[in-house]
Design a binder for this molecule. Structure first.
Ligand code: NAI
Ligand code: MG
Length: 763
């Protein structure tokens, strides 16, 4: 007779399959058209969507054409004014109805999601669908409160939304709920691998009595997505790969379409020696083995402190071996199927390369078909340059590296072009928060990972994209203002260079650039004339020098808001004592300096109501180094109105002032010098605006860019910014710098990026 312990070790899981009957019934012989203008269209050319766990075809869906997209956009356009005009309360009721209907069909949605995507039913049932429901409820609330909470803002109009296959229904909810709450209408394109829950959702729209054309769903692959990007929409919201995000950034440049991008990641998972190791091991399970690792914010780079690395790795391997790979519909499956064979081959390809580059792989063999299964894996013995440390694998394989000191942990964590998420494990709150403040990531989880809530902003920094989804921040991405109501800005003709320095006297009379807190001759030595002065003709090299100087002034981003306010008040006083440029502009500029000084310590983050026993914080962080192409039309006031909010929030800036009248900007150096503004915080480069803006847009060390210029300059800046995917705020029409539009909240919003920090508590 075996002992109890022996008996337990002999026990295995019995099969616990979830029934697929209702889902298969819904799918029976289905060939889907699109959902346009409140009804399903007749199918066009179709393709199959498969169950990746079996390879079986589930349904045929239509490959959306340009014409289909045009019809859908037209329907959305027609519905837009009526939907936007509805009282927030009425829109709230529709969103509430959608939430209720979704909740009623939870089981069907969960099963369908697992069938189409391959994810374990436990995850679709307990995570994807409940979070989607929560998203609709939360945004019903925002619709209700919109007039009170977002005064002066209006919806964009028609939003094109493109989503990936890893969380099909949840990503639909993240896109549709805020768009509708804000009063937009939408055309959504689901991923070609996983269109089914979106099509089921379309039925809920009918059932909820949603006005026709408010939600349109067009299926198809990347070509359909590209057609949507090119269509007459007012905004594009995209979640997917960085590569396609970059292409969309280029394609939308100059179109006036608003854009938010939620892209890839290579998120660090940092384990300190004092961490609760068992909890951290369990954390890895949720970080990388959740959803087969097909998670944009997956903790895919484990950084573990050297002193505990061996112990941690041992426990991690032991835990990995207990994970159950298999039928996604079985309730005791931990890891289901990868979305399709293409993705499986992609995962294998990167892992093989990692091994060829010297990594050691710990993984059970990949089973031979049917179905696309990838067992959980761990890569060790990696160098920092190994492909598995730099490339998103998007599969259940994690890389592990060690570090010695907290500084080294931060350095490794930030040694990536991405900045989506980070997970920090330490029982020492001081260490955890210190590291949270230093990592470049839009979301930071302390002693936890992959925590989400509709009321917690989610989104990335750097090449993980820009814009936030969820909470108030997410609503802002679906609203806009009409502050720039003037005429289209005209291009400024190229200045004609004079070699300069012909006589010693002339050199003295030529004004200088202001870089790193000192007056600098331009790199090319040339100047150009404006009425009453010879001014420096800055070039690309000068911009690069200015960016370098701004980088060195990092201390400014770390001082308190109070300290920055003090400096700005001092600046305001000194500006008052220094008449510069036009008298009226000068007087307003002084007022504006006081105004932005006032804000320096008041644009607060928040504590969000999310889950119990969690403090979820949002911090408003400066970007670091920003480029500003100040408006041509208000040489002093426009400069002060843009530079000061940016530095008030802790950024350092490289500013290109008015080209035809840069003298007030160049005169400002005296005020900056006497006001304790540290060298490098404000750098002023005069010269050909188009070329200087282009250099700022291309520069990888410029984290955000504002361009108040003519359409061609703005278009080019947006296109070039696709390089490091910096957010660009362009404005081709003039604003009234003398009135309220000259000091609106928009300047603050565009001067910071939000970092969401989750701090769970409890013994
Ligand atoms: P993808 O970025 O190509 O697909 C995402 C969505 O964009 C799909 O709906 C697709 O049809 C659409 N799309 C494709 N080309 C487009 C274009 N030119 N214009 C507009 N829309 C377009 O990602 P894919 O190929 O499915 O996966 C490749 C890799 O991308 C993955 O291995 C993973 O590394 C990454 N990825 C990241 C995601 C994230 O959430 N950050 C989600 C999906 C993939
Ligand atoms: Mg599928």
């Amino acid at each position: 007779m075996p002992t109890v312990t022996e008996a337990l070790s002999l026990m295995d899981y019995g099969p616990a399959p979830e029934s697929t009957a209702a889902a298969m019934d819904w799918l029976k012989d289905r060939t889907f058209g699109h959902f346009i203008d409140g009804r399903f269209t007749a199918p066009g050319d179709t393709f199959a969507t498969f169950n990746p766990a079996t390879g079986a075809e589930l349904a045929q869906v239509t490959q959306g054409t340009e014409a289909d997209i045009a019809t859908a956009v037209k329907a959305a356009r027609k519905a837009a004014p009526g939907w936007a005009r509805l009282p927030g309360h009425t829109r709230a009721r529709y969103l509430y109805a959608l939430a209720r209907l979704l909740q009623k069909r939870e089981r069907l949605f969960a099963v369908l999601e697992s069938l189409d995507n391959g994810k374990p039913i436990r995850e679709s049932r307990d995570i994807d669908v409940p979070l989607a429901v929560r998203h609709f409820y939360h945004h019903a609330g925002w619709a209700e409160l919109i007039a009170d909470e977002f005064p002066g803002m209006r919806p964009h109009g028609v939003c094109g939304q493109i989503i990936p296959w890893n969380f099909p229904l949840l990503m639909l909810a993240w896109k549709i709920a805020p768009a509708l709450a804000a009063g937009n209408t939408v055309v959504l394109k689901p991923a070609e691998q996983t269109p089914l829950t979106a099509l089921l959702f379309a039925e809920l729209c009918i059932e909820a009595g949603l006005p026709r054309g408010v939600v349109n769903i067009v299926t198809g692959d990347g070509r359909t997505g590209a057609a949507l990007v090119a269509a007459e929409v007012d905004k594009i919201a995209f979640t997917g790969s960085t590569e396609i995000g970059r292409a969309i950034r280029q394609a939308t440049a100059g179109s006036g379409k608003a854009l938010t991008l939620e892209l890839g990641g290579k998120s660090p998972f940092i384990v300190f020696a004092e961490a609760d190791l068992d909890a951290a091991v369990e954390g890895v399970v949720d970080a990388i083995w959740f959803n087969q690792g097909e998670v944009c914010c997956a903790g895919s780079r484990i950084l573990v402190q050297e002193s505990i690395a061996e112990r941690f790795t041992r426990r991690l391997k032991a835990r990995m071996e207990t994970l159950r790979l298999g039928d996604p519909l079985d309730k005791s499956t931990d890891i289901g199927a990868v979305v399709d064979d293409v993705q499986l081959q992609r995962i294998r390809g990167i892992v093989d390369q990692a091994v060829a580059q010297g990594a050691v792989l710990h993984q059970a063999p990949i089973p031979n078909g049917p179905g696309s299964f990838c067992p959980p894996g761990l890569l060790t013995d990696l160098g920092a340059a190994n492909i598995a440390m730099t490339e998103e694998i998007f599969g259940p394989v994690v890389s592990l590296m060690t570090f010695r000191t907290p500084d080294e942990a931060v350095q490794l964590a930030n040694n990536t072009r991405y900045g989506l998420a980070a997970s920090i494990w330490s029982e020492n709150i001081t260490t955890a928060l210190d590291i949270a403040a230093q990592v470049k990531a839009g979301v930071v989880w302390i002693n936890g990972t992959n925590m989400f809530d509709a009321n917690a902003p989610f989104g990335g920094m750097r090449e993980s994209g820009f814009g936030r989804e969820g909470a108030r921040e997410g609503m802002l991405a679906y609203l806009t203002t009409d502050e720039a109501t003037g005429k289209d800005r005209k291009p400024v003709p190229l200045p004609s260079a004079s070699p300069g320095g012909a006589t010693g006297e002339e050199i003295d009379r030529t004004r200088k650039l202001y870089i790193g807190g000192a007056q600098k001759r331009p790199d090319g030595g040339a100047s150009y004339s404006v009425p009453g002065a010879q001014v420096p003709l800055g070039n690309r090299k000068d911009i690069r020098n200015a960016v370098e100087a701004a980088h060195k002034a990092g201390g400014w981003s770390r001082v308190t808001g109070h300290n920055r306010a003090q400096v700005l008040y001092f600046l305001a006083e000194n500006l008052a004592a220094h008449p510069i440029g036009d008298a009226k502009e000068h007087a307003l500029a002084v007022e504006r300096a006081f105004y932005w000084a006032a804000w320096a310590d008041k644009y607060d983050g928040r504590v969000h109501a999310t889950q119990s026993a969690h403090v979820t914080l949002t911090l408003k962080e400066p970007f670091g180094v920003m480029g500003i192409v100040a408006p041509e039309e208000a040489p002093l006031l426009g400069l002060v109105s843009t530079v000061l909010p940016a530095i008030a929030m802790g950024n350092r800036v490289v500013v290109v002032p008015s080209q035809s009248n840069p003298v007030p900007a160049l005169d400002l150096f005296q005020v900056l010098d006497t006001s304790d503004v540290p060298g490098g915080v404000v750098n002023i480069v005069t010269g050909p605006r188009g070329e200087l803006a282009d250099t700022l847009a291309k520069h990888d060390d410029v984290a955000a860019l504002w361009v108040f210029a003519d359409p061609a300059t703005c278009t080019n800046a947006e296109r070039q910014a696709a390089g490091n995917l910096k957010p660009v705020w362009t404005e081709t029409r003039t604003r009234d710098w003398t009135g309220p539009a000259g000091q609106s909240r928009s300047f603050l919003r565009h001067a910071v990026q939000v970092k969401t920090v989750w701090v769970p508590f409890g013994a």
